[in-house]
Design a binder for this molecule. Sequence first.
Ligand code: HXC
Length: 264
Amino acid sequence: DESLDTVLVEFDDERGVGTLTMNRPDALNALNGQLRDDIIAGLEALEARNEDDEGVALRAVVLEGAGEKAFCAGADIGGFSDESAGGSSTRSHYDVIRDFPAPVIAKIDGYCLGGGLETALACDFRLASEGSTFGFPEVNLGILPGAGGVQYVSKLASPAVAKELAMTGEHISAARADEEGIVNHVYPDDEFEDEVDAFVTDLAGQAPLAIQGIKKSADMAVHSGLEEGLEYDYQLFKRLLETEDHAEGAAAFAEDREPEFEGK
Ligand code: HXC
């Protein structure tokens, strides 16, 4: 395990699960340039684990916020004009999460606002505790969510919901976010840790090449036409049929046992 200035990095090599903790709890984990850079560096450090032979290679990443109150309260209001979309890197942390070769799960416990909500929207899954709240307060600052928040919420929920959040700046509850399809699951606060852990363990046990391909396929459903998406899925399907993991999955089914996937 290692730590960057503003992100704690942990790796569980039994499950192949990495955890990145945004660690500016006194500022509700607001995104400054350092935190953006450290999220990228943390993801790169976890990805490099794939080349390791010890333990299970990286299968999934959990992104969470330190402290009791927030996942992330958005861009750091102290200084976001100097860093418009990203920190000092050329690719934003949003891009790096979206393109990451393993699923990234936003574990949301508390405020998830502005650029913090956009960070969660760049992740593959959003799992929230009951007490969490969501919103786009940017309009109160005379701006709009700059990293695709309105686009994402329009697609996940509806343009009307995106407009409501982004034009009013009001916070909504986890229950409402769930109803609108903005989060995958909401769990009671006292079951949150265990439920997230179970979700992540299941995900990490699935065949890695299939998971990577499905991530790309779902992204294509958002940004390409149906024909192109169908062709991608069919070509991927044919490639996956040739993998050792497919043979292992079929054998495990026939032998009535749990499969052990290796990403080959
Ligand atoms: C910097 C922040 C912060 C932020 C909270 N803090 N949000 N610092 N940037 N975004 C700090 C507070 O200043 C305070 O520091 C400490 O965290 C605790 O916050 P409080 O306000 O005291 O807590 P509370 O009363 O519980 O209110 C919580 C809150 C409120 C409702 C989340 O903090 C809030 O509204 N924050 C701003 C949310 C926001 O507007 N985010 C930016 C959206 S713009 P001290 O030192 O006083 O203890 C965005 C996109 C920008 O994200 C795009 C740029 C490209």
